[in-house]
Structures are given as structure tokens and as C-alpha cells.
Design a binder for this molecule. Structure first.
Ligand code: G3I
Length: 359
């Protein structure tokens, strides 16, 4: 085992090398820097490294960012999987009842196709980012059931063969493991989850179907709720194939040390798992120490996934601090991703490489 100091020194050295590479990629060509860039350019990407372990390594992205060419270039080269951060959500895809608009999701699917990346569909049923027509009135159970079925099936059908997995239901539980009182739960009861999975399966029998949530990385009341539900659903023959652990981590709350055990218990139910929205935020300003700790967390979560055969891949919730959701939602926090706002790799990036067996 290497000591922390050795790891940190190695990370700093690599950071210096990659900085040179980035400067050159940005047009500041020159002798030694250019050579360094060339060497760096030939190194396997995170996705290449993950693939050697039979895993994908991906990033979320969002439509407004796709005008940023340097951003787009890295998105296309470093990752082999992308997730639309917003474009496939209900408010975007069915802005009026029965009127579907798949343009944002399609843009991302087309980009992925051009870059030979696979796409995780996110997300069909969620309490948040719903269209006004749905939240603005009361529904009877039969009405809402029909609305839900139509939405799920129209979207899954549209993306049949284009996405390999769906977050069918997102964030269904509260922290204490009770069901979240979403409009779907309140109107339809907990059976809406099994129904949504069955409807999605009918619309695309090949796509992998997931339940996805945050704060379920470690073993606790919320992940226990998923464990129990997954067991019940499997026993009842409901088409559930995986559990997505979002992994929005924060340095101030501690690392979920039971992550690997947790992944393993879902595997034992015959389910895939994936780390679907990874970021590791911190209270700003980011210091060298915090960035080093963040790097260790990225390394540890990657090692946990690699240790469990059915943990199929890792997706960061966008790859650069430039487009992270964190500062807008948690004022005073940020610096959560492996690349900084200038698209320069941070210690976390090198820790990821190391964990994946790269140099
Ligand atoms: O589309 C409007 C735009 O018209 C307006 O000008 C702008 C002004 O603020 O807002 C835009 O909407 C924003 C939307 O993202 C699209 O960019 C919303 O304000 C903003 O709240 C929304 O945030 C998204 C968030 O989900 C909503 O809960 C984030 O981008 C997205 O990354 C985040 O993703 C979620 C996952 O889906 C589920 N897990 C948690 C994760 C982080 O919250």
C-alpha cells in the first residue's frame, strides 16, 4: 500500500504533466510541452481504462453546454457513456399533456452516436421537474395511471435501441426509508413503481431498468428500503435489473465506508448496480488538502465498484466544475468534479486513473 504522502506527490506530478497537455490542447504549442501532450494524448482515457475491467466510465451532460467546443471535445474523447442531465425529464419531454418533445434528448443521443458512446436514460418517473400541467391539478387514480403509462411508454418507445438503461423511478424514498409522498405515491400507492417498470419493459424488452437515488451509497435506512423493495420486486417477477447509486458525496459528511458491502448485497439479489451521478463537493475555497481528500474518495468509490462484479459502471454528474449543479444548489460549496472550471484535470482525475489501473 502506498502512503498518502506518496500518493499525493504522484498526483501532483501527474497534474503538472497534464497541465502541460491541456495548455497545448488549448493552442499554446511548444517544445517540451507539445511532447508531453503527445505522450499524454496516447495514454488511455478513463473510459479505455474502465473498459479493461468490463465497466463503462461516463459523464452527464446538458444541452446548453454543447455549444462549448473544448468542453464537447473532452466529453467526446474521455468517456464512453453519457447521461442527459435534464433533457429526458418529464418537463422537457411532455411539456403539454400528450404532446411529446424529444428534441433535447435526441440531440444528446445523436452526439453519443457520433462519439460511439452509450446513453443512460434519465429519468421517467420523478417527483421533481414535472410539467406544470401535471402538478397544477388534482388527478384521480385512474387518470394519473393512464398519464403515467402513456408517458413511460412513449418515451421508452422513442428511445428503444438508443439507450441501454433507464432510471425508471428516481428518488422514491425518504431518508428514513419511508416512501416519498410524491404525487404518484399519494395517488397510486407504492404499486406505481412496479407498474412503471412493467410498462417500460413492455415498451423495450431489452433495456436495463433501474431504480435510482441519492444517499443510498452506504448501508442505512434508505438503502435498506431499496434492498427490501428490490427483493420483493424480483420475487414477484417484476422487471427490475439494477439499482443506481447517485453518489452525490460531500467531504463534510464523511465517506460511505459500507459502499462495497452495499453494492455486493444488491448483486446477490441478481441485480446490477451503477454509480450514476458521482460528484464529491466541498466547502469552498478548495484547498490542496481538500482536493487531495476528494481524490482519495474518487479512488475509493472506483475501487469499490471494481471489487463488485455487477457494478457495471461509473458516471460523473458532468465532468467539469464549469457545469456542475452544486454551486447553484449548495451556496458556498463546489469544486466537486474531476476537472476544474478551465477543463484542467484535478487530483481526482489522476486518482481515478490510478484506481482504474492507469498511470
Ligand atoms: O430551463 C431553465 C431555463 O429556462 C432558465 O433560464 C434557468 C434559470 O435558472 O433555469 C433552467 O432550469 C434549470 C434546469 O436545471 C435546466 O438547466 C433549473 O433552474 C435547475 O433547477 C435545474 O437543475 C437540475 C436539477 O437536477 C433539478 O433538480 C440540474 O441541472 C440537474 O443536474 C439535476 O440533476 C439531478 C438528477 O436529475 C437527479 N439526482 C440529483 C441531481 C442533482 O440535483
Amino acid at each position: 500500500m502506498r502512503s498518502r504522502t506518496m500518493r499525493r506527490t504522484a498526483i501532483r506530478l501527474r497534474l503538472a504533466g497534464a497541465l502541460a497537455a491541456v495548455l497545448v490542447a488549448g493552442g499554446v504549442a511548444g517544445g517540451p510541452a507539445a511532447q508531453a501532450a503527445e505522450r499524454h494524448g496516447k495514454e488511455p482515457t478513463l473510459a479505455d481504462l474502465a473498459e479493461r475491467h468490463g465497466r463503462y466510465f461516463g459523464s452527464a451532460t446538458d444541452n446548453p453546454e454543447l455549444v462549448d467546443e473544448p468542453y464537447k471535445a473532452l466529453l467526446g474523447s474521455e468517456f464512453r457513456q453519457i447521461t442527459p442531465g435534464n433533457g429526458m425529464k418529464w418537463y422537457a419531454t411532455e411539456p403539454q399533456q400528450g404532446v411529446f418533445d424529444f428534441s433535447q434528448g435526441d440531440e444528446i443521443v445523436n452526439l453519443a452516436r457520433a462519439n460511439r458512446q452509450k446513453v443512460r436514460g434519465h429519468t421517467l418517473v420523478w417527483h421533481s421537474q414535472l410539467p406544470g400541467w401535471l402538478t397544477g391539478r388534482e388527478w384521480t387514480a385512474p387518470e394519473l395511471r393512464a398519464v403515467l403509462k402513456k408517458h413511460v411508454q412513449a418515451e421508452v418507445r422513442h428511445y428503444r435501441g438508443k439507450v441501454f438503461a433507464w432510471d425508471v423511478v428516481n428518488e422514491a424514498f425518504n431518508e428514513d426509508g419511508t416512501y416519498r409522498e410524491s404525487v404518484f405515491y399519494k395517488t397510486l400507492g407504492p404499486g406505481y413503481i412496479a407498474d412503471a417498470l412493467r410498462w417500460a419493459h413492455q415498451a423495450d424488452p431489452r433495456v436495463r431498468l433501474y431504480l435510482n437515488d441519492y444517499n443510498i451509497e452506504g448501508i442505512g435506512p434508505k438503502s435498506d428500503a431499496y434492498y427490501r423493495l428490490a427483493k420483493e420486486l424480483r420475487a414477484a417477477g417484476v422487471p427490475l435489473h439494477g439499482i443506481g447509486l447517485q453518489a452525490h458525496l460531500a467531504l463534510q459528511y464523511g465517506y460511505p465506508t459500507t459502499l462495497e458491502d452495499n453494492l455486493r448485497r444488491f448483486s446477490r439479489l441478481g441485480l446490477d448496480t451503477a454509480l450514476t451521478e458521482v460528484d464529491v463537493r466541498m466547502q469552498l475555497p478548495a484547498t490542496e488538502e481538500k482536493l487531495a481528500q476528494q481524490a482519495e474518495w474518487y479512488r475509493d468509490l472506483t475501487e469499490a465498484c471494481l471489487a463488485v462484479r455487477r457494478c457495471v459502471g461509473i458516471t460523473v454528474w458532468d465532468y467539469t466544475d464549469k457545469y456542475s449543479w452544486i454551486p447553484a444548489f449548495f451556496p458556498g460549496e463546489g469544486a466537486a468534479l474531476p476537472w476544474d472550471e478551465q477543463l484542467r484535470p484535478k487530483p481526482a482525475y489522476f486518482a481515478l486513473r490510478g484506481a482504474l489501473g492507469g498511470k
